[in-house]
Design a protein around this ligand. Structure first.
Ligand code: ADP
Ligand code: MG
Length: 357
């Protein structure tokens, strides 16, 4: 196994000039460190600059400003093949006329390695990917999932320091996507390769990442572990983008050591302090649908939707002129409220997260 590589993006910016001479700032002053062996997802809606960031890393796009360091080395002037990166594309990009063996060995042949070494390395990768039986098939004789495994094998065999993925699973059906996600994570751990993975699918990002980077309009909104991002989103955009979120109004009634007393329409909860707020401030806070205590006494609201989903029961209730999403987990044998009825509930103070200003 090779040594693990650190990747650093410093003030990275890309401005495209369109043919009508408009400027499009696709990536806006991005600062990001990928620790050696780390799995980092760039997550955000379509058009937020994920692909452009990845393409600058790979060397397919020249930054307008900023630096890219791979293993401490500034790669600005290096062509893609000299960058110690390997990329897996959404559309697999396999050679249609070559079989699996030849597709995977292609890059090594270009490097003019001895035949015996090429054979050894291809065998090892086919073993790792459990694809030995497919070695002689051409892409058209394989499913999408199998083709994507070949394209992953082709990237891994180069033994680069950094693996780049651009929405590699979006052409696969839901079940296969889940399977491939687990496989990618397992192999990445096994190989220990630093990985940057672009997706617009929040579940994929949650399931894969050590670190998630949330992007919007070319800018990083927040980065952190899946748990940090889910529990402590910095703003409404992040809260809504990852999972489901209720955004509500409250007032900071009192400041304490590390906590505050939050007044929510007359009900007071002691909850963790978010920097930047002082006593008397009107704030927005987030609470996830699963963080309500159903049957609690603090609030009473009319149910506008009530759906039993098996593993959970979904409610929409109307209160303070807003619609809340509430989810009762593990609803087996519990009594539920129907549409038009009243639901009593409280909020779990530990699951209230006050958003930054
Ligand atoms: P994502 O991968 O997050 O969907 P992209 O990085 O592909 O986003 O694009 C970011 C923004 O840059 C978009 O507004 C897109 O239209 C624009 N863009 C991307 N490539 C070009 C280009 N070659 N010329 C002009 N604008 C571009
Ligand atoms: Mg893209």
């Amino acid at each position: 196994m090779r040594e693990k590589i650190k990747v650093e993006l410093k003030n990275l910016t890309k401005t495209f000039i369109t043919n009508k001479n408009d400027q499009v700032k696709a990536v806006d002053n991005v600062n990001l460190t990928v620790e050696p062996g780390e799995f980092v997802c760039l997550l955000g809606p379509s058009g937020c600059g994920k692909t452009t960031t990845l393409r600058m890393l790979a060397g397919f796009e020249i930054p307008t400003e900023g630096e890219i360091l791979i293993g401490g080395k500034n790669v600005a002037n290096l062509t893609p093949d000299k960058r110690d990166t390997a990329m897996v594309f959404q559309n697999y990009a396999l050679f249609p006329h070559l079989n699996v063996y030849d597709n995977i060995s292609y890059g090594l042949k270009l490097q003019k390695l001895p035949k015996s070494e090429i054979r050894d390395r291809v065998d090892k990768i086919l073993e790792l990917m459990k694809m030995k039986d497919f070695a002689h098939r051409v892409p058209s004789e394989m499913s999408g999932g199998q083709q994507q495994r070949v394209s992953l094998a082709r990237a891994l065999i180069m033994e680069s320091g950094v693996l780049l993925f651009d929405e590699p699973l979006s052409n696969l059906d839901a079940k296969l996507r889940l399977h491939m996600r687990d496989e990618i994570r397992k192999i990445q751990k096994q190989v220990g390769i630093s990985t940057i993975y672009v997706t617009h699918d929040q579940e994929e990002a949650m399931g894969l990442s050590d670190k998630i980077v949330i992007m919007k309009d070319g800018m990083i909104q927040q980065m952190g572990s899946p748990r940090e991002i889910y529990q402590k989103p910095v703003n409404e955009f992040v809260a809504q983008f990852i999972g489901r979120a209720n955004i509500l109004d409250g007032t900071i009634a009192e400041e304490k050591e590390g906590t505050v007393i939050l007044d929510v329409h007359g009900v007071r909860y002691e909850t963790e302090k978010t920097t930047g707020h002082i006593e008397g401030d009107k704030v927005k806070f987030m609470i996830r649908p699963e963080s309500f205590i159903i049957g609690g006494k603090d609030f009473k609201a009319e149910v506008t939707k009530s759906v039993f989903m098996g593993s959970h029961h979904e409610y929409e209730v109307s209160l303070f002129g807003k619609t809340f999403e509430i989810s009762e987990n593990n609803p087996m044998r519990k009594i539920t409220a129907d549409t038009g009825e009243q639901l009593f509930f409280s909020m779990d103070p530990n699951s209230i997260h006050i958003l930054e200003k």
